[in-house]
Write a protein that binds this ligand. Structure first.
Ligand code: BGC
Length: 777
């Protein structure tokens, strides 16, 4: 029985969401101070600080506790540092500490800062709380697939609560890099290809991390990253540079940053990449003209880890001193972990290359953020409450709901799914089938809660059914991951040829014995994320062989994917009746997958990326411009001669266990005064036999103008829950915000008096169409 969206279930979700949001209503600790009061406090502090103490505030010190041989392994990835972290803090040489999650160490360091340092300025403790801390939520790309900003906000509120319980008060998120090349490993950390969806996710995450304002108890300050254009890395190779024209930067890459800044994010992280020949962390145009002047950012900028030092590595700065000078003058307030500011700013001031005013200007927003967070008054976390927060069962419940709502049903021939719980036997096959580690995805935390594997989830769902499991294939990263390198993780030994064959044979036998096969394929968690780009989107290892062998048994097969990017599943799309994209669903992943497979929850996610047919098709994204010879189905059809131009699955796509019909697309008017707005309405009906929710999506297109515009751009979406036969009119407003774009001709944001198309439907190929005109001025 499929009753996910029954009233009871809804009530639970609402309860969880209310719970997660409850602390946002609590009065803030520090932000009650007015702008003037904050300024006065900052001024007073600055007037008493020595140059060295000011430089300390501009420095974030890394606290990776490495053994000598681990350090050797890392080469010069981290700077040598003969001073202990405590001493740095005692001497006022650190504004922030990075990479420690140990509550005792955090508390010790904060006590040193507050009691033993001369200025008694509290520390910021920064950590990558990307999709959960103790409780791991689905990876950010998956969260974007929920198309549910409230859910995203509430998940990040829980993450913030858990992190702040151990004393972390700063997260390096949200990551909002637009990514249109699935080879890029970090596509998993963001919201996918679209600026509008990306902006919605950015806003929601900032609200979740920070609460209504800085200083909300149980929340942390966010850092929107990586500013900017990092997702445009050439060839999808991580850390590679990008050439991004200004119009593309402003129309595509910057909107999610703007959304985060408008939502009040306290800090911005400058990226590693070399943008248009100027590394982002030394790029004045980005950090001053765009970020401060155009986007109105008032907080502080932290570089990405080592990025200030690496201005030299890039072949941009001459030496470390030049790197410090270029980073600071470009607009990086805080140097993350490279100690380049700590070692070089003083001599730059002494030699007159930097003035005290420039130093003060850089320190000011850091002190402001600390004051607004209330850190001077409340520097410590409540250690007595920590354990109950970290083990709160409500967090796992929310993680399960989140995982359910992020999964995307890509194919379901003859309604194979949901499976019946009365099935006699199930084989759960695949190298990822019984992994509690891999299901959590990248940025997993060492002390994360015990996760549930898919096998465990299926067994828990079917206690009386024979469920057997075989790995069937082997998965190995060819080169070690960054994390493996840092922590000296030794690679596992790959299976020999005969062992592989043996595994494959066992899998086929298990499939033959079973009534139904659930095949869990995808990527190891360290195959996506930072420094985890892949030249091929094919299923890694011998998984394709396993897939074909299992399908050849003739048994009903459900393919469940655990992965951080679209993969080449073109063969599966033609041969496997049911395909569920589960991403890396986190702590409760195995339970949530079982909920969907057996009909206790509905798959309602929608793709936040266009799904390419093959690697050679990337970058693949729906919002492309027309060519001189637009492809269509009848005439000249393709820009490739060997594959269609269209993706395998379009952006916004995802099936459900019920069906929806759209009708009566109506506009409130067909001519619009510039600056005015119109209403778009559409009727949606649940025509299937179970409850379900559909994401109603609105796309527009400007037919002509001062620049070519994308064939379609998402400009609105709403999730709508409907009972069988239920019908609803969904309404959108379209006005200046939706119609404006940054014109390369005007070098400004414009709304042009032109004809516009509107489509509304269930994905980016929606066919119900209307049009309107913006009248001349
Ligand atoms: C990553 C950032 C991260 C930082 C701190 C860098 O390598 O690019 O996303 O926030 O490390 O861990």
């Amino acid at each position: 029985m499929i009753n996910t969206r029954s009233n009871t279930h809804r009530a639970i979700v609402v309860l969880l969401l209310t719970f997660a949001l409850s602390s946002s209503g609590t009065p803030a600790q520090g932000s009650s101070a007015s702008g003037e009061q904050v300024n006065a406090r900052v001024k007073a502090l600055l007037s008493r600080m020595s140059l060295q103490e000011k430089i300390g505030q501009l420095s974030q010190v890394g606290a990776l506790d490495l053994k000598p041989d681990q350090r050797k392994e890392l080469g010069d990835l981290l700077p040598e540092d003969s001073v202990s972290i405590e001493d740095h803090v005692r001497r006022g040489e650190a504004g922030s500490i990075l990479w420690t999650t140990d509550p005792v160490f955090i508390s010790t360091l904060q006590h040193v800062a507050m009691e033993e340092s001369r200025m008694k300025i509290p520390l910021l403790f920064g950590f990558d709380v990307i999709h959960g801390f103790r409780t791991i939520f689905p990876v950010p790309l998956a969260m974007a697939a929920s198309w549910d900003p409230d859910l995203v906000e509430n998940a990040q509120a829980v993450a913030a609560q858990e992190a702040s319980a151990v004393g972390i008060n700063w997260t390096f998120g949200p990551m909002v890099d637009i990514a249109r090349d699935a080879r890029w490993g970090r596509i998993v950390e963001g919201a996918g290809e679209d600026p509008f969806l990306g902006a919605a996710m950015a806003r929601a995450q900032v609200r979740g991390f920070q609460g209504q304002q800085l200083g909300t108890p149980g929340r942390v300050v966010g850092s929107v990253k990586h500013f900017a254009g990092y997702g445009g890395a050439e060839g999808g190779r991580d850390y590679d540079g990008a050439y991004i024209p200004e119009e593309h930067l402003r129309n595509v890459y910057l909107p999610p940053f703007k959304a985060a800044i408008d939502a009040g994010v306290g800090t911005v992280m400058s990226a590693y990449l070399d943008l248009n020949d100027v590394p982002a962390s030394g790029n004045r145009f980005l950090l001053r003209d765009v970020l401060r002047r155009d986007l109105g950012f008032k907080g502080f900028v932290v570089s990405d880890a080592m990025a200030v030092r690496d201005l030299q590595t890039h072949g941009f700065a001459r030496d470390p001193q030049d790197a410090a000078l270029r980073g600071l003058t470009a607009g990086v307030n805080m140097d993350m972990a490279s100690l380049t500011y700590l070692r070089n700013l003083e001599s730059l001031v002494q030699s007159g290359k930097l003035s005290m005013t420039q130093i003060d200007d850089a320190v000011r927003p850091i002190l402001e953020v600390k004051i607004r967070m209330g850190l001077f008054e409340h520097p410590y976390s409540d250690s007595a409450a920590a354990e109950s927060i970290l083990t709160d069962p409500e967090h796992r419940k929310l993680a399960r709901v989140a995982a359910q709502r992020t999964m995307v049903l890509l194919r379901n021939e003859n309604s194979l799914l949901p499976l019946k719980k009365t099935v006699a036997s199930v084989a759960v096959i695949g190298p990822l089938a019984d992994s509690e580690k891999e299901i959590q995805g990248s940025w997993g935390v060492e002390k994360a809660a015990q996760a549930v594997s898919v096998l465990e989830g299926v067994r828990a769902k079917l206690p009386h059914v024979r469920v057997e499991s075989v790995r069937g294939a082997d998965l190995q990263r060819k080169y070690p991951s960054l994390v493996d390198k840092v922590f000296g993780v030794k690679p596992t030994v790959p299976l020999a040829e005969d062992q592989l064959k043996n595994e494959l044979d066992k899998a086929v036998e298990a499939a033959r014995r079973a009534d139904t096969v659930v095949l869990i394929l995808g990527e190891l968690s360290n195959m996506s994320g930072e420094a985890a780009s892949r030249a091929s989107l094919d299923l890694p290892g011998n998984q394709q062989q396993l897939l074909e062998a299992v399908v050849a048994t003739g048994k009903p097969v459900v393919l469940v994917l655990l992965n951080g990017r679209p993969l080449n599943i073109s063969w599966a799309a033609g041969h496997v009746p049911a395909i569920l994209e589960a991403w890396y669903p986190g702590t409760e992943g195995g339970n949530a997958i079982a909920d969907i497979l057996f009909g206790d929850a509905n798959p309602e996610g929608k793709l936040p990326v266009s799904w390419p047919r093959t690697t050679g098709q990337v970058p693949t994204y729906y919002a492309h411009n027309l060519t001189h010879q637009p492809e269509d189905d009848k005439n000249f059809t393709s820009r490739y001669l060997d594959v269609p131009t269209s993706p395998l699955y379009p952006f916004g796509y995802g099936l459900c266990y019920t069906q929806f019909a759209f009708s009566k697309l109506q506009l409130s008017q067909t001519t619009l005064a510039p600056g005015g707005s119109l209403q778009v309405s559409i009727d949606v009906e649940n025509t299937g036999r179970s409850s379900g929710s559909e994401v109603v999506q609105l796309y527009i297109h400007q037919r002509a103008g001062s620049a070519s515009r994308p064939v379609r751009e998402l400009k609105g979406f709403q999730r709508t829950l409907l009972a069988p036969s239920g019908k609803k009119t969904v309404r959108f407003t379209v006005g200046k915000d939706e119609l404006s774009f940054w014109s390369p001709e005007a070098k400004a944001w414009v709304e042009e008096s032109e004809e516009y198309d509107v489509w509304v439907g269930g994905d980016s190929t929606a066919s119900l169409h209307a049009s309107f005109r913006v009248a001349a001025n």
